[in-house]
Design a protein around this ligand. Structure first.
Ligand code: GLN
Ligand code: ZN
Length: 763
């Protein structure tokens, strides 16, 4: 009796972010393609050997990618939009699809494919673009080579692909006017999957991991017909590898009958997110089908509960043939950092609670060993650590439980309704119609980054750092003066991202040195770890905001990250509901806001770009999430006087579905990204009218293009058909930190002129 172990995908950034560095050097033409290939090959090779050493039986291949695995699938299936075909070199074309392509001499300017969030994670994938009558064509060289490369090293892998159902659902039609579902292309797509499976079988692939993550959404019978059709076809192929249907992020319980009818060779279930589905699976799925149990959480950094995992494993084996049982992580380890062993600075009482990708695979291997030897002593250490885990006690400053009383209505509501507040604010702020402002950050120069790093590693004094920051703020203020904006910001030079800076000044957070997780392509993030109760240790932004206000008569808009976004972009403790943690963060932000107000700041923006991303995948859970997310925002922002104006900002997600919750935030002003999803959002807002003030983004900050005054005027005119003119603000789509001053200055000047023109027109 034996069980096997599997991994569903290993992080592809490399131990020391070799991929990031390689890509950036390649894009800057500092290294040739051949060198980038060597870097990629080394990462793959390391990953394969490492997983072998860790005792993993089913090691994935084709999980490595130079940019994104969905983009790789588009290439594999020949779904390359025509506009990219002018680029001859395949690798250049590949990166052009991901990042766009400009060549001034040849007058080529191609925009990149759209990028969007991968389910409820902070990973972003590239959205394949399909034509109405798309012709697909197999281009399997990468997946075949990967398998053969590993094989030549003595490692037999299980290649990973995304199945046809999810591929089509994750893609979109290039022409947004086409209203039918992309699933209607299934008939032309299936033959390519058949050819692929045959080609894989021919080189000796025994198993393929076929991911169908879209099964995690609410079941839609019309869509499921396509799923059924696809796998009736693929499972009945004569020559093919065995298919491990891989699901994750939610329960697929409602489909289990269908799975068993379709005769899959294997099925993987995420038992971390949805343990309950195991029972159904054990009753309905034939004992001849291999069952892969997602027992170790691929989405977090905490040690697994091995005792519990072991009991699920034993229970499963008691019901079926153990040779058909696999121990696996819940999903690909893409979402977890690589190796905890590098974290030399982490306090040992926190470190002992953690497991990164490597440690998670060790846990999987340990479960197998315990199963084989029945030696339960092997679990003792894990059981003891978890039993003694007391998150709150790790934190010196235990938050007062009585904070709960603050959740009473009076702490969640502004004193007067927006209509009254806005009158008071008008008198206090004396802003013109179509007030102009920005979202917070201004270009971050190399020097700013260097000074921040120097200050962090102690090579410049607090005083010097402070002086430097003040000079940056001064310059930023005088530029805003010159440009003629109405509401100023300090520029956010002190922060590297939206969360770490805040987390460092809050209790209850720990930080890693190398805990990088891929966000997209070469971009990685290092989410902080919330291990204890969160409380405000000291002021967060007060020093910089009040300094900025002291040197100008224009109102400075204070700039904070909201509680939901801080929570969403951290690894969160698991011993209490997320809601509790979020409210603790909210309370800390509330204190900061009240202090800013006391010190004379009249406008405060609380950014919540991640509020949409936290939305549960299945609709039945939306209500609960939105309730506490809105509560947290209101707890943070509702303590101020009527005259203090609260702004919020959101971007790059489809907000239509959660508009009622956005309205419930009751921010006085919301700025929202529009240029990338113009039509969509406008139509959302015509369906539900937004009651407070709103700044539709009129400058696409992701593009080096400088919008002309006329362009901005016409966008604003469009906006004024939907929103009352006296409620429209004029601002860019998002922060300007990634742009350069020579782009930002003319663009903002055009924006200001556009606002002026509209003011004239209106009088
Ligand atoms: N205030 C932030 C900035 O301007 C907002 C960033 C964001 O929305 N992601 O950079
Ligand atoms: Zn934004």
């Amino acid at each position: 009796m034996s069980v096997s172990t599997a991994n569903l995908g290993f992080p592809r950034i490399g131990d020391n972010r070799e991929l990031k560095k390689g890509l950036e050097n390649f894009w800057q033409k500092k290294i040739p393609e051949s060198e980038l290939n060597v870097i990629g090959y080394k990462i793959k090779l390391n990953n394969w050997f490492l997983q072998k050493e860790l005792g993993i039986n089913y090691i994935p291949s084709n999980d490595f990618t130079f940019y994104d695995h969905i983009l790789d699938m588009a290439i594999l299936l020949g779904a390359v939009p025509k506009k990219f075909l002018v680029i001859e070199n395949p690798l250049d074309r590949y990166f052009a699809m991901a990042r766009g392509f400009q060549n001034n001499e040849k007058k080529i300017d191609i925009v990149a494919l759209e990028m969007t969030k991968w389910f409820d994670t902070n990973y972003h994938y590239i959205v394949p673009e399909l034509e109405e009558f798309q012709i697909f064509k197999l281009n399997a060289s990468k997946i075949l080579h990967d398998f053969l490369d590993a094989k030549s090293l003595g490692i037999t892998t299980r290649p990973v692909i995304v199945g046809p159902f999810s591929f089509l659902l994750l893609a979109k039609f290039a022409d947004s006017k086409i209203e039918k579902s992309t699933l209607t292309l299934l008939d032309s797509l299936l033959p390519i999957y058949e050819q692929l499976l045959i080609a894989l079988a021919q080189i000796g692939v025994e198993w393929v991991q076929i991911d169908e993550p879209c099964l995690c959404y609410d079941a839609d019978p019309t869509k499921m017909k396509y799923f059924e059709k696809a796998y009736q076809k693929l499972n009945s192929l004569k020559l093919k590898p065995k298919l491990m249907l891989t699901t994750y992020f939610a329960s697929v319980e409602k489909h289990i009958d269908l799975f068993s009818q379709l005769n899959f060779d294997g099925i993987h279930l995420d038992l971390i997110r949805a343990e309950n589905q195991l029972e159904q699976a054990l009753t309905k799925i034939s004992p001849n089908t291999t069952l892969s149990l997602g027992l170790i959480d691929g989405r977090n950094i905490w040690k697994g509960n091995l005792n519990h995992a072991y009991s699920l494993l034993n229970y499963t084996v008691s019901k079926r043939n153990s040779n058909n049982v696999i121990i696996a992580p819940s999903c690909s380890l893409l979402h977890s950092p690589i190796n905890l062993n590098y974290e030399e600075k982490l306090k040992s009482d926190i470190k002992k609670l953690l497991a990164f990708s490597v440690q998670k695979l060790e846990e999987i291997n340990l479960l197998k060993r315990v199963f084989l030897t029945k030696n339960l002593v092997l679990l003792k250490e894990n059981i003891e650590i978890l039993a003694n885990r007391n998150y709150a006690n790790l934190n010196s400053q235990k938050i007062n439980n009585e904070n709960n009383f603050k959740l009473s209505e009076q702490f969640l509501k502004r004193k007067s309704p927006h209509a009254i507040r806005s009158e008071i604010q008008k008198i206090k702020l004396r802003l013109p119609n179509y007030p102009t402002s920005t979202i917070g950050s201004f270009p971050q120069t190399e020097q700013v980054r260097k000074m921040r790093a120097n200050w962090r590693n102690g090579s410049i004094s607090n005083e010097n750092y402070s002086q430097f920051m003040q000079r940056e703020i001064q310059q930023c203020i005088s530029k805003q003066d010159e440009i003629g904006l109405d509401v100023f910001v300090h520029g956010e030079f002190e922060r590297n991202d939206m969360v770490e800076f805040f987390a460092e000044n809050l209790d209850g957070f720990a930080f890693t040195m190398n805990g990088w997780v891929q966000s997209f392509g070469s971009r990685c993030v290092k989410p902080p770890i919330i291990y204890g109760d969160v409380a405000r240790k000291s002021a967060l932004t007060v020093e910089w905001t009040t300094y900025a206000q002291s040197i100008t008569n224009k109102p400075i808009k204070g700039m904070l990250t909201g509680p939901v976004t801080i929570l969403q972009w951290s690894f969160c403790r698991e011993d209490q509901p997320k809601k509790e943690t979020c409210l603790q963060i909210a309370l800390a932000i509330r204190e900061e806001i009240l202090e800013l107000e006391k010190l004379g700041i009249k406008i405060i923006q609380v950014d919540e770009p991640a509020i949409r991303e936290g939305l549960p995948l299945q609709k039945e859970n939306w209500g609960n999430y939105l309730d506490w997310a809105v509560q947290a925002f209101k707890l943070a922002t509702s303590g101020v006087k009527d005259e203090t104006q609260i702004h919020t900002h959101m971007c790059y997600s489809s907000f239509g579905e959660i508009l009622p919750a956005i309205i419930a935030l009751d921010a006085d002003v919301i700025s929202i990204e529009m240029s990338r999803s113009q039509l969509e959002l406008f139509s959302d807002f015509t369906k539900i009218s937004y009651p407070n003030e709103i700044g539709p983004g009129v400058y696409d900050i992701h593009s080096p293009r400088i919008p002309s005054k006329d362009e901005i005027v016409s966008l604003l005119k469009k906006a004024s058909l939907i929103f009352p003119k006296n409620k429209i603000w004029v601002n860019p789509d998002c922060g300007l930190k990634t742009r350069s001053w020579n782009e930002v200055e003319p663009a903002l000047k055009n924006m200001v002129s556009a606002a002026k023109e509209l003011r004239c027109n209106d009088t």
